[in-house]
Design a protein. Structure first.
Lengths: 912, 435
């Protein structure tokens, strides 16, 4: 149905606004005919080349240039562009006879031009370039002029039907007080062309209902213009009364009102419990928890549940995992004496301790950003000894108790200042500054100059051996290193460290300020790791700072982060947390905060960021504030007005469970009660407790290598400074995994530590008659034999190698044999268990069996629902399930299939 | 949702991007068309990538230099192949006997001497970048063939696993890892595909019936969400793979006629080759397999002679011959490579010597999909220390491979951080291979 037909078309458009009298009219009028005016290179020529497409990526904006002519992409490198156009080496301009300049003859096709015809002779565009050439083709002498404002009118647009048109007008205000209509020189872009299209001249045409922004670009200015076309006629006075219980709701509904979107109802208690447990603690509620919550009739039970969840170890584990994603805990890049896995664990534990203690976010970040390996006043010898106290087998000190987390700076992909600038901006500011590394940022104000100045803060952090302790370090290496080098040395030292011997360690430290009068080139040195210490830097959008005044140039950086005026720091975190609850951020993607990507609800983001700062960066405040809102507690059931809404928070959006949460959810849904309790108490037995991530890293959950499952479900790989390193898409292999992977099939069987195992024993259904059981036993016997054979083979090989004097290779094989022996022992235990007439497993389970494992099939069906979908089944569902169970060979097998089916419903793998 | 790109273009939902409409201007389309990259007459319907992990010694396998000084040439002798004028190592007799089926690329050269980075390079065709993960060949191929591959088979299978990852294309294009290699004459269980624990198709169908009945919570709201729609689609496909006789039988190498299976020997690599043929025959789009252990810093010659070359010889020759026997060689593009070659000069780390990492000169093999077998393309200098003239890069090989696979390698994708990425940015197809 075409919803536009419902609306009365009200043409309340703010067309053609009045512009103040002293605004210079557009170049398109001024240069339409003869004129004595001289165009300005920055104000007119470069933007015009942009409008004509000359400096686009496919043309002369390409890094290789085109036909030897290379303009800066998006044109903000005035010096280069002027040189390229007018430089003597190129003969591209003839000031005496401008029309023979390549700048004109090529785009008019007087001479062949690979880019085709771009310009009509005698058009205003032609005249601008012609006049500029004629008057000497001057560039900028004193550096670029500053654009103080780019005024766009209308500043907001509301459409009421499809196909309505409104032209935009842009006025540039320069620092010298002059202003000019620059509409004809702007670049325009719609963030969602299905809602509003914009043509090259800035004319907007309305499309489908919804909201978006049209963005106007000119010089350094980037201005988004909100465009709304209401979804229904329920706007203004016609909007129904919607209660706004919290400030968040007030702000969310404020936007919905403009859009004519009516929010969904508040969700049921069961939905709330499931949703908030998964979101806040990465954990599926237990069956008992669901029942208790449903039976609780107190009005504040939702708020109390949030408080309860905030105190669980799972809350800390899950948000630590997210903070590890954002900060880049990837041990692939940690070639450190203590070993890669240890680095990942340290990183995770250090953050987890602070999340558990609810350390203010700014303090947590300062501990990472300002980190050095040595505590204040710690000597090199003390440092090495103290590390031994942490990593030595006998030591009982904890890395997490150190004041800072230096591994962040020690990563091998994080040694160059430019990589640090990009990673830092991603992690703590939620912005993508990498574009400005090579050219003017196309969607933000950042220039290459801004990038270079930002890089400066990262040039004095180093990982290695500081000069002051080099002698001590070398002496210890000499003494302990057996002449080894590189990785071999690191491995040896790591081993000695674990054995409890202090060893020389490399460290993160800060270099002294650079001596000004030594005139060294500010260029990366040949190794490509370190950068020359910079003497001055500039925080993004801030003033220049003399870095030599600081013992640690990261100090002013952290001061900037923590200043309440910082436009990114609090917002980036608030926005990321919000996006974890709502599928999309208020700015989305959440790691792309830029002028051209404005928030969908600015007052909401302002409110949360300011509140977060005012709370003292209290992360729990933020979680409480969000989860307490009706906006978060909306039902997923949509209505006519909000069916299409995925960005204004009018309903719950279906979200696939994150990889770790999905993995744990399968474990919780299928585990015995006692096993569930273990997992609740100790997140390190769960996927949300896996510290590292990376392509070489093997995530282990308990004894299981969970790499395959976690990869298939899109766990963050933490390597490219992008929130998209984590994926929440659906995929074929995910459903293959849930339907038929051995790990899942095993979890729904009657085995050790599984719920179906408990069910089987409580039902008194003997396993020995069942083919599946036999099969298991058969398998473990077979497996035992296989392992024995393999051990014999390898041992033989090892002996042979040793005979041939290849002791080292033999040693490797011996280690392999040891591992196999362990497996063998386990396998033998398993087959012994099967062999025994009286199944000890069963009797153990009997003893452990919780009182509430029922024998009543209907109650068991109910339990299966509570365990998986966290709700009670409907009458129809009970009937279907019971019919299935009673037709199965045994009840526990029927329930096993039911459990399997429930795990494979969309409702299970989706948070809703 | 609109993603913005670093270069000023924008696109809708990057999964749909890549088509001309989203990101590519008309001028670049025309440029590609004139370069002949649009709609190539590719013959291949499937791809097989054989990864020789560790970096095989080119001088002891496919690029011998019998005239080179003894500290270079090593102890192996060249033998004639069934194509006059082409010689390869004496320890590759079976491959010598089917030289007409494949082409040798010599003098391939690059400069990445570390295993991991080199591996990424030859598995993606793009020199690795710290800030970005490129998708492997299999991921790109399955993305480009999305919708045209059989729905009851996994589109991309890695035996037993693969360095090819989907990178910025997203988890959808991950390979199904078999996790193990088949054993001769034995049924082969594959994670997620094979029914295990004594399950039968009837039982799976019964379970599925129950699932169908119960999975109704979101009924009527599916169109609200791409996710729900996707889950339904993939659920259906997973079910058809699991219950498909075709899939089960394709994976089960024990079903192969003994006469056909015999030449593959009983080693894991040979069995992987046999499985690859069965999968491609059934309709799987892309298969990777691997033979590792080529990192012969020590005892180079013993390792090659006793172990590596014989395994390679048996498996690969059987693969080429088998593909041809089944009539699949033309429609399957095969690419064999390690991450680099090995130092021409023999080191003295062990009594008999070894060879170290050497990306400046290496070999690659290609077959099928329009490649003319029985030729050597490219040449190394007299000590195999570098290409004799310009040489080829892994990017060139990648461009060739993609072209043989019918994938337009000049096509642009966009990463979700908005960066435009050409499938192969720096490569030019090696014309002579298909000429």
């Amino acid at each position: 149905m075409k919803s536009t037909s419902l609306f009365v078309v009200l043409a309340t458009l703010f067309a053609t606004p009045a512009i103040a009298g002293d605004v210079m009219p557009s170049v398109s009028f001024r240069y339409a005919g003869e004129t004595a005016e001289t165009p300005d290179f920055q104000k007119h020529v470069v933007p015009l080349l942009g409008r004509l497409g000359c400096n686009g990526r496919a043309c002369h904006g390409s890094f290789k240039g085109q036909g030897g002519f290379r303009l800066s992409l998006f044109g903000y490198d005035f010096e280069n562009d002027h040189e390229q156009i007018t430089g003597d080496d190129y003969s591209r301009v003839y000031v005496e006879e401008p029309e023979f300049s390549m700048l004109l003859s090529k785009p008019t096709l007087d001479e062949p031009h690979g880019g085709g015809k771009r310009l009509e002779v005698d058009s205003w565009q032609y005249n601008v370039l012609h006049r500029w050439l004629k008057e000497g083709a001057k560039g900028k002498i004193d550096g670029p002029l500053k654009l103080t404002q780019l005024q766009i009118s209308p500043s907001e647009l509301i459409f009421n039907g499809e196909g309505e048109q409104v032209p935009l007008q842009a006025v540039a205000v320069w620092s010298d007080g002059t202003s000019e209509d620059v509409t004809a020189l702007c670049r325009f872009q719609s963030n969602n062309p299905t809602v509003a299209e914009v043509d090259a001249d800035g004319r907007i045409t309305s499309g489908q209902p919804g909201d978006t922004h049209v963005v106007v670009f000119y010089d350094g200015g980037v201005v988004p213009v909100p465009v709304i076309r209401p979804v229904s006629e329920k706007v203004g006075p016609k909007y129904p009364a919607v209660a706004t219980r919290t400030k968040i709701d007030e702000l969310v509904v404020g936007k919905l009102k403009k859009l004519g979107i009516v929010p969904s109802e508040v969700c049921t208690d069961a939905e709330f419990l499931r949703r908030v447990s998964l979101d806040l603690a990465g954990t599926l509620p237990t069956a008992g928890e669901v029942t208790a919550f449903l039976n609780d009739s107190s009005p504040d039970k939702r708020a109390r549940k949030v408080e309860e969840l905030l105190e669980t170890p799972a809350y800390a584990a899950w948000w630590t995992t997210r903070l590890c994603d954002w900060s880049g805990n990837n041990p692939d890049f940690a070639n450190i004496e203590i070993g890669r896995d240890q680095v990942a664990t340290d990183w995770y534990d250090w953050i987890e301790k602070r999340v558990t203690d609810n350390t203010p976010y700014d303090e947590l970040v300062a501990g990472i950003v300002l980190s050095q390996s040595r505590e204040e006043g710690e000597s090199f010898q003390d440092f090495c000894r103290n590390m031994c106290g942490i990593y030595g087998d006998a030591g009982d000190a904890e890395f997490a108790d150190r004041s800072s987390m230096p591994h962040y700076w020690a990563r091998s992909n994080f040694r160059k200042a430019e990589d640090r600038a990009i990673g830092f901006a991603y992690t703590f500011l939620g912005i993508r500054i990498q574009c400005a590394q090579c050219h003017k940022h196309p969607f933000d104000q950042w220039t290459q100059d801004d990038f270079k100045n930002f890089e400066a803060f990262f040039t004095r952090v180093n990982y290695g051996v500081p000069r002051s302790s080099k002698d001590e370090y070398d002496a210890m290496v000499e003494e302990l290193g057996d002449g080894k080098k590189g990785n071999q040395l690191r491995n040896q030292l790591g081993k000695m460290l674990r054995d409890g011997k202090p060893v020389p360690l490399r460290e993160v430290f800060v270099l002294e300020p650079r001596n000004n009068d030594r005139n060294r080139k500010q260029k990366d040195d040949k190794k490509g790791y370190r950068s020359e210490p910079a003497v001055a830097g500039r925080v993004l959008g801030g003033a220049t700072i003399d870095l030599n005044e600081y013992a640690d140039p990261r100090e002013p950086l952290v001061e900037w982060l923590r200043s309440p005026e910082n436009p990114y720091f609090a917002r980036a975190f608030v926005n990321r947390v919000w996006s974890s609850y709502f599928n999309v951020g208020i700015v989305n993607p959440p790691d792309d905060m830029s002028l051209a990507n404005p928030p969908s609800n600015e007052p909401l983001l302002d409110y949360l960021s300011e509140g977060f700062i005012a709370s003292g960066y209290d992360m729990k405040w933020l979680h409480r504030e969000i989860t307490a809102s009706d906006a978060y507690q909306r039902a997923w059931q949509s209505n006519e007005t909000n069916r299409r809404d995925e960005s204004n928070f009018s309903r719950a959006v279906h979200r696939r469970l994150p990889a770790e949460v999905a993995y744990d959810a399968v474990a919780f849904a299928t585990a015995s009660e006692s096993r569930i309790k273990e997992m609740l108490d100790d997140p390190s037995q769960r996927a949300i407790g896996v510290p590292g991530s990376g392509t070489r890293y093997r995530p282990r959950v308990g004894k299981t290598d969970a790499s395959f499952a976690l990869t298939v479900f899109g766990r963050s790989v933490r390597e490219s400074n992008c929130d998209c390193d984590r994926s929440s898409e659906a995929s074929l292999l995910q459903t293959v995994y849930l339907q038929n992977d051995g790990d899942v099939l095993k979890a729904v069987e009657a085995g050790k530590g599984t719920w179906i195992g408990d069910v089987r024993s409580s039902l008194g259904e003997n396993e020995s008659a069942k083919p599946a059981g036999k099969d298991d036993a058969g398998n473990s016997v077979q497996r035992t034999q296989q392992i024995r054979k393999r051990i014999a083979e390898i041992a033989g090989k090892a002996a042979e190698l040793r005979r041939n004097g290849k002791g080292k290779e033999a040693k490797k094989l011996v280690a392999e044999v040891a591992e196999l022996r362990r497996e063998l022992a386990e396998s033998e235990r398993a087959s012994r268990r099967k062999d025994r007439k009286e199944d000890p497993e069963e009797s153990i389970d009997e003893a452990k069996r919780p009182a509430d494992v029922s024998t009543n099939p209907a109650e068991l069906v109910e339990l299966a629902y509570l365990r998986t979908l966290s709700r009670l089944p409907s009458d129809g569902e009970i009937q279907d399930a019971l019919a299935y169970v009673s037709s199965a060979e045994s009840k526990h097998e029927g329930l096993r299939d039911l459990l399997w089916a429930l795990l494979n419903t969309k409702e299970f793998v989706v948070n809703h | 949702m609109i993603y913005r790109t670093c270069d000023g273009m924008q696109r809708r939902d990057f999964l749909k991007a890549g088509a001309f409409g989203a990101g590519l201007g008309l001028s670049s389309y025309l440029r590609m068309a004139s370069a002949g990259e649009v709609s190539p007459k590719a013959k291949a319907k499937a791809g097989i990538f054989v990864y020789l992990g560790g970096g095989p010694s080119h001088m002891d396998s496919f690029d011998l230099k019998p005239e080179a000084p003894s500290e270079f040439r090593g102890e192996f002798k060249p033998i004639e192949t069934n194509v006059p004028g082409i010689q390869i190592s004496e320890h590759l007799p079976k491959l010598a006997a089917c030289q007409d089926k494949y082409a040798i690329l010599r003098g391939v050269t690059h400069s990445v001497a570390a295993h991991q980075l080199g591996t990424e390079y030859v598995n993606t065709g793009s020199r690795p970048l710290a800030s970005l993960e490129y998708p492997g060949y299999g991921s790109v191929f399955t993305k480009e063939r999305e919708g045209s591959l059989p729905s009851d088979l996994p589109p991309f299978v890695a035996i037993p696993n693969s360095p090819q990852r989907p990178g910025f294309l997203g988890v959808k294009y991950s390979p199904l890892n078999t996790g193990a290699t088949p054993r001769p004459g034995q049924p082969f269980a594959v994670r997620g595909v094979t029914l295990s624990g004594g399950l039968t198709v009837t039982e799976v169908e019964k379970r599925r019936g129950l699932l169908h009945k119960l999975d109704t919570a979101f009924a009527g709201y599916e169109s609200d969400s791409q996710l729900l729609d996707g889950l339904d689609r993939f659920g259906q496909q997973a079910y058809s793979i699991i219950t498909s006789k075709k899939a089960r039988e394709a994976f089960d190498v024990s079903r192969e006629a003994p006469s056909f299976a015999e030449p593959f020997g009983d080693d894991a690599f040979g069995m992987s080759c046999l499985l690859a043929i069965r999968l491609v025959e059934a309709g799987v789009g892309f298969v990777t397999l691997s033979l590792g252990g080529w990192d012969t810093h020590q005892d180079n010659f013993t390792k090659l002679r006793e172990n590596l070359l014989p395994k390679l010889d048996v498996g690969l020759a059987a693969l080429f011959v088998g593909l041809e026997q089944r009539g699949l060689l033309d429609s399957t593009s095969v690419f064999v490579t390690g991450e680099f070659g090995r130092t021409p000069k023999i080191n003295s780390r062990s009594t008999e010597g070894g060879r170290d990492h050497y990306p400046r000169c290496m070999f690659m093999l290609m077959a099928g999909g329009g490649v003319r077998g029985g030729q050597v393309v490219g040449e190394s200098d007299e000590t195999a220390s570098g290409p004799a003239s310009e040489g080829f890069s892994p990017d060139d090989a990648a461009a060739t491979f993609y072209r043989n696979l019918g994938v337009d390698f000049t096509k642009e994708y966009h990463t979700s951080s908005g960066r435009p990425i050409t499938i192969v940015r720096d490569g030019t197809p090696i014309e002579q291979l298909t000429a």
